[in-house]
Design a protein around this ligand. Structure first.
Ligand code: ADP
Length: 466
């Protein structure tokens, strides 16, 4: 409480008033001194109100910020009225309330409300609040989703009409109440114009203190496009699997159909080669070697398709890589001799023991050494090296051959690719060898790297886990 004596220009207050203003009861304050706690705008409102109160007896009530002499910021409400004696105003009395805490809470609440509004209006998902009876709030995105002009129009619509199957509404409500909300239900919705879409619904049940349902707050996102894409992908996958199955069947059939006659061709060409002389013997020899090449290609195609289909998983056994590699290198000595390329074998230790598929290892090495010999001109050299370290066995095939251009390297391991293609092709081959190598290394949980400089040479390194 406070009282003001206009004759003495003196303010007095109760203990609580002094506490709020943080002044001592001994400090006699004039009206102007007491107004100095307020910012100018509030102070002048007080000044006017005090004048009107004193002159005309008008009561007042003003709210605003203040700062005490000690620097504390507060929010106060001051109320005042006139006291008369014999018809003239002799005093002004009133109350002052400290509303700082309440003001702060209101302020925070207002901020949160604004925040909520900006979220709900800016988010792309449709947000709503509903009761068991129907919709009470929806953001713009929700209205857009369902094709309604404004909230009133949508609130007035029959809530069952939002669903392709109106019975779904009661089913969803039942689940929302039982489970306290829905965690991503796919719902077929109907728009105002009758068109439909698939929505993903997430909702929470809001209850009162007694646990009774008050509201359902939810978000609906249109997932029609996503569903359509999923469907397309599924169909595409089925088609791809069917195509792959057909390819395997075709390859298996064709290889059988080709292999049988080819075996006769090679066999009889071999016999003729032995028994003919002169030019005819050369023709028979060409037929024989052509047949062999065809057979090799056929085998590669078949091998790769089996590897890709996952049919041919290499069986593994404990073996010594050094001796296995030495043997395989030896098998290539005749090829090296006729190519006039020196073939070296090096091993960093006597043995490298590990568990791998021996056939797979041999096939990898044969392909790499075969290529190295094929792509190294006369007088060059090919070095095969085995070593171990860092938990891996390392197998490298280095040649001083023609090298591989950087632009071709990324496609090196693709099937049917060769650096020199078409009519300019200088080397025989199907372009399948490295694709097979790559698949096999993969199946052995290994890695393959290539380093190559055009015109200088190439080095393939295979790392196999020990
Ligand atoms: P192919 O040797 O049957 O053509 P590959 O898959 O084994 O098929 O090799 C693909 C291509 O990679 C070869 O045609 C060649 O262009 C290149 N290549 C492979 N190994 C070497 C190598 N050691 N030196 C140079 N080029 C190579």
């Amino acid at each position: 409480g406070w009282a003001y004596d206009p004759a003495a220009d003196e303010m007095v207050g109760t203990e609580e008033t002094y506490r709020i203003y943080e002044v001592s009861p001994n400090d006699d304050l004039s009206l102007e001194e007491s107004l100095s706690f307020y910012p100018e705008e509030t102070a002048s409102a007080f000044r006017d109100a005090a004048r009107r109160c004193l002159e005309h007896g008008e009561p007042f009530e003003i709210e605003g910020p203040m700062t005490t002499p000690k620097g504390t910021s507060r929010w106060v409400r001051v109320q005042g009225e006139a006291r008369r004696e014999n018809g003239t105003v002799v005093r002004m009395v009133g109350t002052v309330q400290d509303l700082t805490e309440r003001h702060e809470i209101e302020e925070r609440l207002r901020e949160q409300k604004n925040w909520l509004r900006s979220i709900t209006e800016n988010i792309s998902g449709g947000i709503y609040r509903s009761t068991k009876e129907g919709l009470v709030y929806a953001n713009q995105a929700f209205l857009d989703l369902f094709g309604y002009e404004n909230l009133d129009e949508m609130v007035d619509a029959n809530p069952r009409s939002f669903y392709v199957n109106p019975d779904v509404r009661s089913e969803l409500l039942r689940r929302e109440i039982a489970e306290g909300g829905l965690d991503g239900a796919e719902v077929e919705y109907r728009r105002k114009d009758g068109s439909t879409f698939t929505g993903l619904l997430r909702s929470t049940q809001v209850t009162d203190e007694k646990g009774r349902t008050k509201y359902f707050d939810g978000v609906v996102t249109d997932i029609s496009e996503q569903k359509a894409r999923e469907q397309e992908l599924k169909v595409a996958k089925q088609e791809a699997e069917e195509a792959s199955r057909l390819k395997s069947a075709l390859l298996a059939n064709m290889s059988h159909e080709i292999r049988t006659p080819l075996t006769s061709i090679i066999g009889f060409a071999g016999v003729l080669r032995e028994n003919l002389t002169g030019e005819y013997a050369r023709y028979a020899d060409l037929a024989y070697r052509g047949g062999e090449r065809l057979m090799e290609t056929l085998d590669s195609v078949l091998q790769l398709s089996k590897l890709e289909a996952g049919v041919a998983i290499p069986s593994s056994e404990t073996m010594d890589l050094v001796s296995r590699v030495r043997d395989t290198v030896d098998l290539h000595r005749p090829q090296a001799e006729s190519a006039e390329v020196t073939l070296h074998f090096e091993a960093a230790s006597d043995e490298v023991i590990g568990t791998w598929g021996p056939t797979a290892v041999q096939r990898i090495l044969s392909n790499l050494v075969g290529n190295a010999l094929k792509f190294t001109p006369k007088g060059g050299s090919v070095t095969v090296r085995v070593e171990e370290g860092d938990g891996t066995a390392r197998l490298s095939v280095r040649d001083t051959g023609i090298g591989i251009s950087e632009s071709f390297q990324p496609r090196l391991f693709d099937a049917f690719t060769q650096e020199s293609e078409g009519l300019e092709r200088e080397h025989e081959g199907s372009g399948l060898g490295l694709a097979i190598v790559n698949r096999l290394v993969d199946l052995l949980d290994g890695e393959i790297d290539v380093e190559s400089t055009k015109g200088k040479g190439t080095c393939f390194t295979v790392r196999l886990p020990l």
